[in-house]
Design a protein around this ligand. Sequence first.
Ligand code: ADP
Ligand code: MG
Ligand code: MG
Length: 879
Amino acid sequence: MTHTDYVYDLSDGDATMRNLLGGKGAGVAEMKRLGVPVPDAFTVTTTACVETMRRKGEWPESLWQEVLDGLHRLEERTGLKLGDAEKPLLLSVRSGAVQSMPGMMDTILNLGVSEETVPALAKAGGNERFAWDSYRRFIQMYGEVVEGIEPHVYEDALTKLKSDRGVEHDTDLTAEDLRELVATFKKLSDDALGGAWTNDPTEQLKKAINAVFKSWLNPRADVYRKANNISADLGTAVNVMQMVFGNRGDDSATGVCFTRNPSTGAKELYGEFLVNAQGEDVVAGIRTPRNLEEMKEVLPEAYDQLIDTMNRMEQHYKDMQDMEFTIEGGQLYLLQTRNGKRTAAAALKIANDMVAEGILTKEEALNRIEPAQLDHLLHPAIDPSHGQTPITKGLPASPGAAMGTVVFDADTAHEKGHAGEPVVLVRFETTPDDIHGVLVAQGVLTAHGGMTSHAAVVARGMGRPCVAGAHEIKIDPKAKQVTIAGQVFTEGDMITLDGSTGDVYAGELPLVPPQINEDFQHIVQWADEVRRLGVRANADNAEDAAKARELGAQGIGLCRTEHMFMASDRLPAVRRMILANDDAERTAALAEILPMQQSDFEGIFEAMAGLPVTVRLLDPPLHEFLPDLVEQSLKVQKLELTNGDAAELEKERALLAQVKGLHEQNPMLGTRGCRLGMLYPEIPEMQTRAIVRAALAVRERKGETAGVEIMIPLVAYAEELKRQRAVVEDTVADELERAGAELEFTVGTMIELPRAAITADQIAEHADFFSFGTNDLTQTGIGISRDDAESGFLGQYVADEVMPRNPFESVDRDGVGGLIKIGVEKGKGAKPKLKTGVCGEHGGDPDSIALFEELGLEYVSCSPYRVPIARFAAARAVL
Ligand code: ADP
Ligand code: MG
Ligand code: MG
């Protein structure tokens, strides 16, 4: 052990030390430990970065000395020396977070190249051009990343030199040209910094490490972390590694490989390489690389060694690996290995295959899949029978269908995408700086770059369809247009991408609903063997109920009855009921609604026969069923102005008066939920009759009916539940007596107000079950309106990390979660047999499900299409 507080030598680390050394640092250390050829290195720990952030950019006192000591040990081990004219050590300074963030942070290559070291480098590489090329690359990278010099400073100089020499490609420049370019670059850099440019490699090392620390907080890393829920507190490690050169000549190369296809999951070779190139050329998508297969011909020995190493690493990590390699003078070096990012479909296939191959147990396999990823599979695909001809083809870099209007920069994509417009981002190549655009785009189309470029890796990880390297397209970003097969598309024109085939189409194509394939089936079946939480669905009609059952729902946790009231054939009767002048009128209107409700329930109970169905009695404020106040006022005004039919005017005025009478400033906290039932007990009575009659009718027809659970919404006081329960029980008794039948049923309540959670012991006395309505509990618990907050301050709050996440998407653990905890404890304390569940949107959110598991609820309920995800997430919550 040679490590100090903040600096670890390559041989000090292993795979278990991710938190300290970052994923990259732990990965290279582990490879070294296993005897894989890795360039020698040392790692500055994440703690050093965290500590530096805590000190607002100032390094911990001992850090620089520790780095110098680490450097000296590295110099001793390699027999080389930083800045030495005879035997120069060249370094890469690489970022490496605990969780990989491909390309989001900065890396500096070729550090240590200088006027003094160029001759030795040229000699070692057997070629002078390579040495000067490395030098000018270094100045460019160091200048941009460390000193913040504008990229165009270098690009313009390079372009000018090429035109002076009358050549088109960088590769056409001679050693002498590049030597001149280095001089120009140095002068330009020094000018840009007002004379502060340094040529001292030790100084450069210090600044480079600091720049990598800082890159942890750069905007694209920030966007990436937010999109992936990675904490900003973790910091990055910095790997200082001896350079190996893939650009030394034709016996050198660099590339990226995956042990399985990250797009489909197929067990096959997947990778790309470039001869005579430095790694950045591949991962940054600057040059479109060659298929790894071809390396067998070009560099057979290194190829065989690489394949062997790939297999070993996959066996070792028991997971698909994404590896970076460089070959210098025929000798293979591995630069990175990590568990590869993959599409959802690939994740499922790999999990299935690895179980079949005996590499993983089922439980391990479940742990390899991200619950949120399953979401990606539940998106529509292009209808295979569309019969259209693609206008061009690129590489199928990330599968799925993307349809949208073309945009040519990430800012515009960000703007339009946020406004809800479907856009396809069309770029020459995408850089990590485009991440905010990629996040909201339907898909990405690039002219350059391969399947392993950072853009492709990120798109796959986010489930964003991507067609890369479509080299026939001609993009003119200034004119905001792209020409594809002679056809010009300007901003706003629609195109369709098929990321599974690489095909690009003009206009829109028909889509088909998502297919749940066999791999998916297996995974959720394994999940069912493991999970404790029950999974039900929220469904309001027979069709959704049937779909939910097909997707594995174990019942209905929330059947909202108001949707049934909204249907056009019953709205008139519902309005008559609301606007009734007396009980008789109301009873008459309700009698009209009853048979319609009954038939709705029959359909649902039939679809769910043998499983429980929780029916929630009427919940929304009544004005939702009436015309809008403003619209009705306008209507009356118009009639007044036009001196229209007097009788009609009278009628509309009367309606307006009633609408005004029912109008509330704050309907969310108004006359709704059980408060309606308290004012008009005829409503719960009618609904209860419809439920009982439907249950009996279905049993009669099918021999089996659903388990009836009647749920009273928005209870705040135990007394409310006590009285509403009495209405329900009396009505059920009446119905059953008339029918001469028996029926089991339960009565419970929603817990969706803080008062209900806090007095849950009192409420439990009258409840057979609690269903936590987390949508309203979030509104009332935090005091924010779901309808307004998301377009108001909430976005800002989430962006500024005042709140960790949007609490309507993922349950607020401490606050709303705290209320649920109190509700469960007090409820079960008073009545141990009380059944508890969740029926808000959070019932389908994996992180929320993990909390519900912790809190010991019996089930979650979510929309039908989320049922498979919830089944899976429930299993993950116990693993
Ligand atoms: P990222 O996280 O952006 O992939 P890396 O630290 O992996 O950043 O560096 C980017 C690329 O630079 C690598 O893919 C590799 O090809 C090249 N590189 C990094 N370190 C070295 C090295 N020691 N020798 C040669 N190439 C290197
Ligand atoms: Mg890398
Ligand atoms: Mg509610």
